[in-house]
Design a protein around this ligand. Sequence first.
Ligand code: ADP
Length: 248
Amino acid sequence: MSDRQTLLYLDGVSVSFDGFKAINNLSLIVGHRELQAIIGPNGAGKTTMMDIITGKTRPDEGEVFFEGAIDLTRLDETAIAELGIGRKFQKPTVFESHTVWDNLALALKKPRGVFSTWFYHPSQEDVARLDEILDIIRLRPRRDALAANLSHGQKQWLEIGMLLAQDPKLLLVDEPVAGMTDAETVETAKLLKEIARTRSVVVVEHDMSFVRDLAARVTVLAEGSVLAQGSLDHVSADPRVIESYLGR
Ligand code: ADP
């Protein structure tokens, strides 16, 4: 992938915890507007990799380049988020006692000088963007519903919408379909594909039928390194991948 197509580049990243190498000389590229799925057995280093990208964990070795020259390993979590990297953890965290719309409005990036989210009224432009986000996350009909009254899957979508309100360049999503119904799972693959038309999305996931629906480039992590990369069919036929799953 050429520099022009590369959004994120992990270059030889390693990190150890108490002498155990959780990430071992890991190199990985995420392209602009790429949808990439990260799979791998438990303990492969998927969460640690996300922690390194978002600045939660500092690697012992290697660099993480964003948009060419910015080395994320020198920045803290807040600075990395401000550059345009949003992360969705597995459990949905929404403001239960607020409506869908208010959750999205509260998540908007505010203009400089506006300190309190509660007194900020979205501009017309913001309202148009939030309407667009409501369509993407399938919640326009539930716009005025309290978040508490949404299904688990809808809460996951709302949180994805709240991240979109921040207009990230890269969205990191951790096991979005865990606990979802089959119909919600299918819809989630569709909506992530829609999001990846305008920004990059990296999804860590265990549910293989969902990964198949995503039709994304798949990276298999094992023991802190990339074991295989390609389509799901390609990686799942790789004997080393089969061994890494079965060997545990
Ligand atoms: P995955 O998300 O693929 O299941 P993790 O990134 O959570 O894998 O973990 C990779 C390895 O690093 C595991 O063996 C885990 O026990 C270890 N590990 C992760 N975080 C820590 C930590 N803070 N302290 C010690 N060991 C850790």
